[in-house]
Design a protein around this ligand. Structure first.
Ligand SMILES: Cc1cc2nc3c(=O)[nH]c(=O)nc-3n(C[C@H](O)[C@H](O)[C@H](O)COP(=O)(O)O)c2cc1C
Length: 375
């Protein structure tokens, strides 16, 4: 067996083998709602809710979020600021911090879902584009209305925060129910984005596959990209709090694994379409940080709603990480008559099996608390 075949098998083992319970990756994933300190200080309750936010997906598992909390436990008033952590943006793949801001949007939407579930009165303000890396402010005040109880669907989605994973393994060939893909589109729209779902017979799939392949070739020939990818990814089985496991290591960004007679390896060519029960492109009207935050909220809601019905997802970053390919993906969408404009995330969705969680930095590593005057 050649070294590359061996490495493919290890990649495969990464999603079929459960890690031992003492794996540090499991820590933040073991959060239990019944441990919520309902009678505790406000700062303690906010920290608990952040335990859900940090489970959001992020490009290369970079977890590029920073939270700053100013809180007066006596009056129960507080403000939590969300910032993009530029030091954690994989700049070769994401020079503008677009995908990193999408990741922050996913964390913010997960946080607000948790705050509503935990019935903590709060109000979210997205900061105007141009506020630098300050993205949003969440205010806490007992004078604010108590959040409405979550609808049953949202409760299930909340229960899935700790069960969602990126699944880069083979998916069952069976199609997704149309009611489910319709629901994904509705949820994306309600978050201010549009999800274009491409069923197996959709002619736009061929164009997407071509762009994924072109992106893969360009990226694996770019030493800066290869070096950055290697720095952000882990060998399977190893654990580190701030990097991605389950991603194929250099030279290329792994799409997903297929099982073939000649072994397990990354999907290529027609396999990319064959192994994707649904291919989807998440798009927004504009292309500014506010749009990216909305895309992140839409993304995580689609992923959580999918997980409720045992639907898993993985990403096709290649066409979005090269500006020239992203522009062509935009043309593909527009040529097909879609009103949606800017492609933000490309995904595959389908039924599949369990995979182990990726490591996370814990709340203490991403939260600063200070006693300055509240704004
Ligand atoms: C905006 C964004 C882009 C991503 N792009 C890719 C990608 O191109 N390839 C990939 O395998 N995973 C991609 N991911 C998935 C992350 O690698 C994954 O979320 C991270 O490793 C954490 O793992 P988890 O989702 O299982 O919690 C992306 C995630 C986000 C939010």
């Amino acid at each position: 067996m050649s070294p590359s075949e061996l490495s493919d098998l290890f990649d495969l083992a990464d999603f079929v083998v459960q890690r031992p319970a003492r794996d540090p990756a499991a820590g933040p994933w073991t959060i239990q709602e019944r441990a919520y300190p309902r009678a505790g200080a406000l700062s303690e309750r906010i920290r608990f809710a952040l335990g859900y936010a940090i489970l959001a997906p992020s490009i290369r598992n970079s977890q590029p979020w920073r939270f700053r909390l100013r809180c007066d436990d006596a009056t129960e008033r507080g403000a939590l600021e969300l910032r993009l952590d530029r030091a954690r943006v994989p700049v070769v793949a994401d020079p503008e911090g677009r995908a990193a801001t999408i990741s922050c949007g996913a964390a913010l939407a997960t946080l607000t879902l948790a705050l509503s579930r935990l019935e903590l009165p709060h109000a979210v303000t997205r900061l105007p584009d141009g506020a630098g890396d300050r993205l949003a402010l969440v205010r806490f005040d007992p004078a604010l209305p108590r959040p409405e109880p979550l609808a049953p669907e949202e409760q299930w989605m909340f229960q899935c925060v700790g069960k969602r994973r990126t699944m880069r393994g083979p998916m069952a060939a069976r199609p997704l129910a149309e009611r489910l893909t319709r629901r994904f589109r509705e949820l994306a729209r309600a978050s201010g984005a549009e999800l274009i779902t491409l069923a197996p017979e959709d002619p736009r799939r061929a164009a997407l596959v071509e762009l994924i392949e072109e992106g893969e070739a360009l990226q694996s020939a770019d030493p800066r990209f290869v070096d950055e990818l290697a720095r952000w990814t882990l060998s399977p089985g190893a654990a580190s709090e701030g990097r991605a496991s389950g991603l194929r290591r250099a030279p290329g960004l792994r799409t997903f694994t297929v099982l073939r007679e000649d072994g397990a390896r990354a999907a290529r060519g027609e396999e990319l379409s064959d192994g994707s029960p649904v291919m989807a492109i998440l798009t927004t009207e504009g292309d500014a940080p506010g749009d990216w935050l909305r895309a992140g909220a839409a993304l995580v809601r689609v992923l959580l709603r999918g997980r409720v019905d045992h639907v898993w997802a993985s990403f096709f970053g290649q066409p979005l990480e090269r500006p020239e390919l992203r522009a062509r993906l935009g043309e593909v969408i527009r040529a097909a008559g879609s009103a949606a404009r800017w492609p933000q995330v490309a995904l595959r969705l389908g039924h599949g099996g369990e995979v182990p969680p990726s490591p996370r930095r814990d709340v203490a590593a991403v939260l600063e608390q200070d006693d300055e005057e509240l704004v």
